[in-house]
Ligand binder design. Structure first.
Ligand SMILES: Nc1ncnc2c1ncn2[C@@H]1O[C@H](COP(=O)(O)OP(=O)(O)OP(=O)(O)O)[C@@H](O)[C@H]1O
Ligand SMILES: [Mg+2]
Length: 266
């Protein structure tokens, strides 16, 4: 029985399962992302986080289970449809068109959000350029706007990818290890930008992150996977003190981790 009213849910995942041959990578996963949630998905390497994200955003088709966006069943739909219906996504390894410039990547995302087939027309070069530049300013890569993505440093690629993910005004933003590859001193600031832009645009956030200090600082709720199964879901404090979570992390002691109260932000 789901503890939340379906009116509060932006994403409901029910019994989500993925088999790769005989190996079950995701095994009956249930969780709910609420409106305005900043929810972290954590778990040891190979727990199934990226596979879960790929099942939600259509890169993979589930073997069983359901993915519901608000009240619409989106299970097994292709990625472009899911994007159109309101889920933005960044990848564990950034995925952009390397030969196109940064601003063109964002423009392309804006154009396709409008459902236009004009992307290849001569006018496309101008379409949404100002809007795209404004968004790039928010993620602090304006100075790289006219460079091909293939020439960006990793941290800038992450920022550009965030702009692309936000370009169509998603209702839910999924970020798979968003700060991975960003130098340690800049990681928290980048995460602040991600969350501020998403929440300001009215999007809930689901992110995975291996740095637990970041998780407990930024997440309002946490879902924990181990061997493809949910072993805990709750507030950072509940999860931090949960025996099953410690067991999943080989008995690690999390009591030193600072938990930030997010009630004020929402
Ligand atoms: N296409 C695939 N074919 C076969 N096995 C796969 C495939 N994709 C993932 N797996 C396996 O599924 C399991 C879950 O992988 P997944 O990448 O989802 O884990 P993760 O929690 O994202 O790990 P990490 O923290 O390292 O990013 C792993 O054992 C992985 O080897
Ligand atoms: Mg992963």
């Amino acid at each position: 029985m789901n503890a939340f009213s379906s009116r509060d849910a932006i994403l409901t995942v029910e019994d989500l399962t993925k088999d790769f041959g005989k190996f079950r990578a995701v095994d009956g996963v249930d969780f709910t992302v609420l409106r305005s949630d900043v929810m972290a998905m954590i778990g040891p390497n190979g727990a199934g986080k990226t596979t879960c994200f790929n099942l939600i955003t259509g890169q993979l088709k589930p073997s069983a289970g359901r993915v519901v966006l608000r009240d619409r069943d989106i299970t097994g739909r292709p990625p472009h449809q899911i994007c159109h219906l309101g889920i933005g996504r960044t990848f564990q390894t950034p995925a952009l068109f390397g030969s196109m410039t940064v601003v063109e990547n964002v423009q392309m995302a804006m154009i396709s959000a409008e459902g236009r087939l004009k992307a290849m027309s001569p006018r496309a070069a101008k379409l949404y350029r100002e809007d795209a530049l404004a968004l790039l300013d928010e993620v602090r890569v304006t100075d790289k706007a006219d460079l091909p993505c293939a020439r960006l440093a990793y941290g800038d690629l992450r920022r550009a990818e965030l702009a692309v993910a936000l370009a169509h005004g998603p209702k839910l933003l999924l970020m798979d290890e968003p700060a991975d590859g960003i130098p340690a001193p800049e990681r928290a600031a980048f995460m602040e930008i991600c969350l501020e832009l998403a929440l300001r645009g009215g999007a809930a956030v689901l992110f995975s992150e291996r740095d637990l200090d970041m998780v407990f600082h930024f997440a309002g709720r946490v879902v924990v996977l181990d061997h493809g199964q949910v072993v805990a879901e709750g507030s950072p404090l509940e999860v931090r003190d949960d025996e099953r979570v410690r067991a999943a992390y080989l008995g690690a002691d999390f009591s030193h981790l600072q938990v930030t109260d997010h009630a004020a932000r929402i």
